[in-house]
Design a protein around this ligand. Structure first.
Ligand SMILES: NC(=O)C1=CN([C@@H]2O[C@H](COP(=O)(O)OP(=O)(O)OC[C@H]3O[C@@H](n4cnc5c(N)ncnc54)[C@H](O)[C@@H]3O)[C@@H](O)[C@H]2O)C=CC1
Ligand SMILES: O=C(O)C1=N[C@H](C(=O)O)C[C@H](O)C1
Length: 243
C-alpha cells in the first residue's frame, strides 16, 4: 500500500524501515515547515498517512490530512485534551483516524494485565498504587501517553483513586485519592513503565521495558494496514480485539 509519513524523526525513520520490509511504498514524507506538501498529488495518493510528530503540531497535521482526504494513523502523545474534538471532526466529516498512545503488542498485553491486576487489587485497600515511567531525555511530554492510559485504566477499576498527578517532588495530595506518576528522563531509554502496589508488608510491581522502537513502529504499520479502506475513529481494541 501507499504510505505517507508525517514526521521524519526517530519514529518516522523506524516506521519507514518496517513499511519497506513489508512491501509498502513511501509516497511522501512531511517534516517540520513542509506543510505545503499536504496539497501535493503524492500526499493525496497515499492510502494512509502515519503521523508521529510533537504535541504542538499533531492537531494541525490531522486537519491537513483530513482536508486532503487521507486517513491518519497517529501515535503522537501530549495533545489528548483535544481528542474528543478530533474524533468528532473525523466522524462528522466522514474521515478516518486511528490513535494509540502505544502501538506495541507487548504494551497492549501489559494494558490488559494492568486492568486485570487493578480489578483484583480494588478490594485490597491496604495497598496504595503508584506508577513510574522512564524515557529518553528528548521526550517533550510528561507523564508519557502510555502512563496516562495505564493510570486511566487503574482509576476506572480502583475505587480509592479518582485522578492522577505528576509526582515531581512539589506534589501534595493529602487525600491520597490521586494516583502519583513519577517521570524520569535518562539517556536514550526507549520506554519503561512500572505499576506499583505497596502495603506495609510488601510490594507488587509489573513492568514493561521496550528494548527498542521496533515494537512501536511495527504496530503502527500494522495499524495502517488495518486502517486502509475503513472509516471513523479506530484504536488498538478494533485491531487486536478485547485482550
Ligand atoms: N504511540 C506510540 O506507540 C509511540 C508514540 N511516540 C510519540 O510520537 C511522537 C514522536 O516521537 P519521536 O519520533 O521519537 O520524536 P522525534 O522528535 O524524533 O520526531 C518528531 C519529528 O516530527 C517533526 N515535526 C515537528 N513538527 C512537525 C510538523 N508540524 N509537521 C511535520 N513534522 C513535524 C520533527 O522535525 C521530527 O523530525 C512523540 O509524541 C512520542 O511521544 C513515540 C513512540 C511510540
Ligand atoms: O516519546 C517516546 O519515545 C514514547 N512515547 C510514547 C508515550 O508517550 O507513551 C510511547 C513510548 O513509551 C515511547
Amino acid at each position: 500500500m501507499k504510505i505517507a509519513l508525517i514526521g521524519y524523526g526517530k519514529m518516522g525513520r523506524e516506521i519507514e524501515k518496517i513499511a519497506l520490509q513489508r512491501g509498502h511504498e513511501i509516497v511522501c514524507t512531511i517534516d517540520i515547515n513542509e506543510e505545503d506538501k499536504f496539497q501535493t498529488d503524492s500526499f493525496r495518493s497515499a492510502d494512509v498517512a502515519i503521523e508521529f510528530t510533537s504535541p504542538k503540531s499533531a492537531l494541525s497535521n490531522y486537519r491537513n490530512a483530513f482536508a486532503a482526504d487521507v486517513p491518519v494513523v497517529s501515535g503522537t502523545t501530549g495533545w489528548l485534551e483535544h481528542l474528543d474534538e478530533i474524533i468528532k471532526e473525523c466522524e462528522v466529516n466522514g474521515k478516518t483516524f486511528f490513535y494509540a498512545s502505544n502501538f506495541s503488542l507487548g504494551v497492549n498485553l501489559f494494558f490488559a494485565l494492568n486492568n486485570y491486576l487493578a480489578k483484583l487489587m480494588n478490594r485490597f485497600t491496604d495497598y496504595d498504587v503508584s506508577m513510574e515511567e522512564t524515557h529518553h531525555i528528548h521526550k517533550l511530554d510528561a507523564p508519557s501517553g502510555t502512563a496516562i492510559t495505564l493510570a486511566e485504566d487503574i482509576i476506572s477499576n480502583i475505587d480509592r483513586k479518582s485522578g492522577w498527578i505528576l509526582d515531581d517532588n512539589n506534589t501534595t495530595d493529602s487525600t491520597g485519592h490521586d494516583l502519583k506518576i513519577k517521570s524520569f528522563r535518562e539517556g536514550e531509554v526507549p520506554g519503561i513503565h512500572t505499576v506499583i502496589y505497596e502495603s506495609e508488608a510488601d510490594i507488587i510491581k509489573i513492568t514493561h521495558d521496550a528494548k527498542s522502537r521496533k515494537g512501536f513502529a511495527l504496530g503502527a504499520v500494522l495499524a495502517a494496514e488495518f486502517t486502509k479502506g475503513k472509516k471513523g475513529f479506530l484504536g488498538m481494541k478494533d485491531m487486536l480485539g478485547n485482550l
